[in-house]
Design a protein around this ligand. Structure first.
Ligand code: FES
Ligand SMILES: [Fe+2]
Length: 380
């Protein structure tokens, strides 16, 4: 069945109505394997997807591997200091070339028959391949390479050679975040929050982190008292590339002592917020730190989530920095576990035949922007 028959014109028109009348996706959008397949092909292979922060690639040879949809990817800083992204599939018989999750290496050797590749993706050496045409074959043998763009310290990859550059699509958000100088902020992965496999579609995971409306529900005693839903203000970016919202704190004071760096103007010192860069980047931002959610879709009903805290160099110099980070992590832990309960609930209810798309609050603008982004890429 074509996806046009699964997402009906009434479903599509509902999403496209102005906020105040817009409705959400039907549950099939969160459970159907064919829709997920189409999203992999038309969204994840055509859009700018986040692969890490800049400081995962400080030195030449620093690399990470990951999978976007079903595409194995190897991202590395080359000898000239440029971050480059390759297909992590050996040019010999298609084994993964690099099997480590991250590390530093001067070349990559496939574990199967030990063909090795330089940091520029070219085949360096292979055993037992002598033949009259080998030299010419070898000279042209290279891992497929993809485009890389860095924005505010986030490294993005795009598999599509024709895709429009990312930064020009984010001008409003870039201007807005400029005073924070996030490109300098250094990331600390939260050890206990890596590769959580949650039993929901990637859109449900991203949507959950895209609004403060649910603070009054699962976070009523954790986030809501200091970041109340009623004070949140939502903004689009004039297109469907990004959306963000602000959450001033209840009493105007920062939530933690990890205070904003001195270069952040005073009127922004108590501003918390969240920004999304579609389809996959979500980040909570506070005056002195950000919490990126690394979202990687596994299947139509499973998503990998990892969390980290990136902080300003000034915050790192605080005498009680470690203690402050622990405080932030403790608060985050209780909130994120409440979100996991939300995912378990959605998973048990998305199977219903009787749900009809519900109306969205003005507080769910970033949810609506995501759904419009998805429809546009699916050609609906
Ligand atoms: S598959 Fe990589 S060397 Fe054979
Ligand atoms: Fe939440």
């Amino acid at each position: 069945m074509a996806i046009q028959e699964k997402l009906t014109s009434s479903d599509i028109n509902g999403v496209k109505r102005p906020m105040g009348e817009a409705t959400t996706f039907p549950t099939i959008a969160y459970t159907d394997p064919e829709i997920f397949r189409a999203e992999v092909d038309r969204i994840f292979l055509k859009s700018w997807v986040p692969v890490g922060r800049w400081d995962r690639f400080k030195n030449s040879g620093d690399f990470i591997t990951l999978k976007i949809g079903d595409e194995p990817l190897l991202v590395v800083k080359d000898e000239a200091g440029k971050i480059r992204a390759y297909s992590n599939v050996c040019r010999h018989r298609a084994s993964p070339v690099e099997v480590g999750k991250q590390g530093n290496s001067t070349s990559f050797t496939c574990p199967y028959h030990r063909w090795s590749f330089d940091l520029d993706g070219k085949l360096r050496a292979a055993s037992f391949m002598e033949s009259p045409t080998w030299a010419e074959y070898k000279d042209n043998c290279k891992l497929p390479e993809f485009r890389v763009e860095e924005w505010n310290g986030f490294v993005f990859v795009n598999f599509d050679k024709e895709a429009a550059p990312l930064a020009p699509q984010l001008t409003k958000l870039t201007e807005h975040l400029e005073p924070f100088r996030m490109h300098e902020w250094v990331e600390f992965p939260l050890e206990w929050a890596q590769d959580w496999k949650v039993p929901v579609n990637w859109k449900a995971a991203l949507e959950n982190f895209s609004e403060a409306y649910h603070h009054i529900g699962p976070h009523a005693t954790t986030a809501e008292p200091f970041l109340p839903a009623k004070m949140a203000r939502y903004y689009d970016c004039g297109n469907d590339a990004a959306a963000y919202f602000h959450m001033p704190t209840f009493d105007g004071n920062p939530v933690t002592e990890l205070i904003a760096p001195s270069h952040v103007p005073e009127h922004l010192q108590n501003f918390y917020g969240v920004f999304n860069i579609y389809p996959l980047l979500n980040a909570l931002w506070a005056p002195g730190f950000i919490v990126p959610t690394w979202i990687y879709p596994i299947s139509e009903t499973e998503t990998s989530l990892s969390f980290s805290i990136a902080v300003s160099p000034e915050a790192m110099a605080l005498p009680d920095f470690k203690e402050q980070m622990q405080n932030v992590a403790d608060v985050l832990k209780s909130i994120l576990l409440e979100d996991v309960d939300v995912f378990l609930g959605l998973n048990s209810a998305y199977t219903s035949r009787f749900y009809e798309p519900g109306r969205l609050s003005y507080q769910e603008l970033p949810v609506n922007v995501l759904q419009r982004f998805v429809l546009r890429h699916l050609g609906l």
